[in-house]
Design a protein around this ligand. Structure first.
Ligand SMILES: [Zn+2]
Length: 109
């Protein structure tokens, strides 16, 4: 079975396929965020990234055209930047709170 045939089949059915483990289990659906396949869903073995990984892998979504890939990558970069700015603001307010508490502790002593 070619991977494009099975990908199309899974895309339509969206039923978890069985992996290739000695005792096959339902594959896990994941989302790729690599530069080559941003936002593209795929199936892989539940034991992936471990010694027990059977190596099962198949795309759920068809490959995106360059326009959508670049758009998703740009949105990901923007989201990363927003998340970083949010984290910096939270850190700054946490540091301000710590400074205030230290002052209060100094008053108690
Ligand atoms: Zn497996």
């Amino acid at each position: 079975m070619s991977s494009s045939t099975s990908s199309t089949q899974y895309y339509e059915a969206e039923v978890n396929p069985l992996c290739l483990c000695r005792i096959p289990t339902l594959a896990r659906k994941r989302i790729s965020w690599t530069d080559d396949n941003p936002g593209r869903r795929f199936w892989n073995c539940r034991m992936s990234m471990t010694r027990k990984d059977c190596g099962f892998f198949d795309w759920l979504d068809p490959e995106l055209n360059e326009h959508y890939k670049l758009t998703l990558l740009r949105l990901r970069r923007e989201a990363d930047g927003t998340a970083l700015a949010d984290a910096r603001m939270k850190l700054a307010s946490a540091e301000a709170l710590i400074a205030k508490l230290k002052l209060k502790l100094g008053d108690v002593k």
